[in-house]
Design a protein around this ligand. Structure first.
Ligand code: V47
Ligand code: SF4
Length: 365
């Protein structure tokens, strides 16, 4: 058995060294392989071939404009109904102040996502983009998941491409990768039956890319899904990426279990080993993605740093005031200074590179 395992990982190593695309069976094999270090070494090799020792980060700030949401995803500790304690919705002054603060702190990006508010008009969203743009014209606005785009299109009674045009005109620069969760129907129905389907999420991302906007892609893992579900999720992303090339980065999001119904499961699957393996398999399987991000907010700083030896080349950013992961129990700090991120990358023997949202290099440290 040991011999067979060694043989197979050797065969996979040969494929990887010869840049042969991995199959879904290969990815599943890697997930199930007991030797994390062997899988990690292959991922580190594939990453270094693409990105050398360089590791990206950016200086950014999150704005979660409202937590009031018509959906009730089972993993979400962020959303509220309008009359629940803790429900909030920022006004334009609160949004402007956060944008001004971000610019003063040297940010290059504002990341805006929020709940699907039952009452806000479409103008609120274009107004929010315009407010951020006029307060901080130098900031790139990465905003709205594919789930929010579909909701806004319905609100505005517009087709998706027209909705995107309106948002672009108001200042939208690119899209984050949220709302993907697990794309396959069986798991998605358990996680978030009210949300758009996996097929719709992919179709909207296709339209986003065809509208000339880049986006990110995520995967929420470590709950009720199987390794096969993760591989199926990545297969769908890889196929769309072959078509459009519009995804900039893949970001696995490690499930946080506090304050949400899904967290009551006895044995949430995610662990340090699972986190590192997921990032490594993503690096190896998603051969058409340039960047794999370890989102330190969900992983914690130590696993995120260790991930730099497991195929990761991006650490996200300074973040500031993150609510989605922290409401669900993430124990990471609310923000990391630029100096702390640089130090973290250097201590892993890598070269820190500050990027903008579109992965242009700004500063190499
Ligand atoms: O779609 C919600 C996830 C996402 C939990 O594109 C949870 O650069 C873990 O997508 N445990 C939103 N995750 C956040 C997101 C994101 C974050 C950082 C960077 C980027 C990017 C995108 O957060 C949701 C959902 O998948 N989420 N609840 C939870 N309990
Ligand atoms: Fe609403 Fe998003 Fe939370 Fe689902 S994950 S309940 S859509 S805020």
């Amino acid at each position: 058995m040991e011999y067979l395992l060694t043989m197979t990982i050797k065969q996979l190593a040969e494929k990887i060294h010869n840049s042969v695309r991995l199959t879904e069976a290969d990815a599943l094999f890697l997930f199930e392989h007991p030797d994390l270090i062997a899988v990690g070494e292959l991922a580190a090799f594939a990453n270094e071939r693409k990105n050398g020792k360089r590791v990206f980060f950016n200086v950014n700030r999150h704005i979660n404009h409202t937590n009031i949401c018509v959906n009730r995803c089972s993993f979400c500790a962020f959303s509220r109904t309008a009359d629940e304690p803790g429900a909030y919705c920022y006004d334009m002054d609160e949004i402007r102040n956060r944008a001004l603060e971000a610019a003063a702190q040297g940010a290059t990006e504002i990341h805006i996502v929020g709940g699907l508010h039952p009452d806000l008009p479409f103008d609120f969203y274009t107004g929010m983009l315009e407010t951020v743009r006029s307060a901080a014209p130098g900031l790139h606005i990465k905003a709205f998941t594919a789930v929010e785009i579909e909701y806004l299109a319905r609100l505005a009674s517009l087709a998706i491409p027209d909705t995107l045009e309106r948002l672009k005109t108001a200042g939208l620069g690119s899209l984050p990768g949220g709302g993907a969760e697990i794309l396959g129907k069986a798991v998605r129905d358990r996680l978030c039956p009210e949300k758009i389907s996996g097929e719709e999420w992919l179709a909207i991302m296709g339209q986003v890319h065809r509208a000339g906007l880049k986006s990110n892609a995520t995967m929420l893992y470590g709950h009720v899904e199987s390794y096969a579900d993760r591989v199926d999720h990545m297969r769908r992303l890889r196929e769309l990426q072959d078509e459009t090339g519009g995804f900039q980065v893949f970001i696995p999001l490690s499930f946080q279990k506090e304050n949400n119904p899904l967290g009551h499961l006895k044995n949430p699957m995610s662990s340090g080993v699972d986190d590192l393996k997921t990032l490594a398999v993503a690096r190896l399987y998603l051969d058409n993605f340039a960047n794999i991000k370890a989102y330190w907010v969900m992983l914690g700083e130590k696993i995120a740093q260790t991930a730099l030896c497991f195929g990761v080349n991006d650490l996200d950013g300074t973040v500031v005031e993150e609510k989605i992961g922290h409401n669900a129990g993430a124990s990471s700090p609310q923000t990391m200074t630029k100096e702390a991120i640089i130090n973290m990358i250097r201590k892993a023997g890598r070269t820190p590179v500050e990027r903008d949202t579109l992965y242009n290099e700004l500063n190499c440290f």
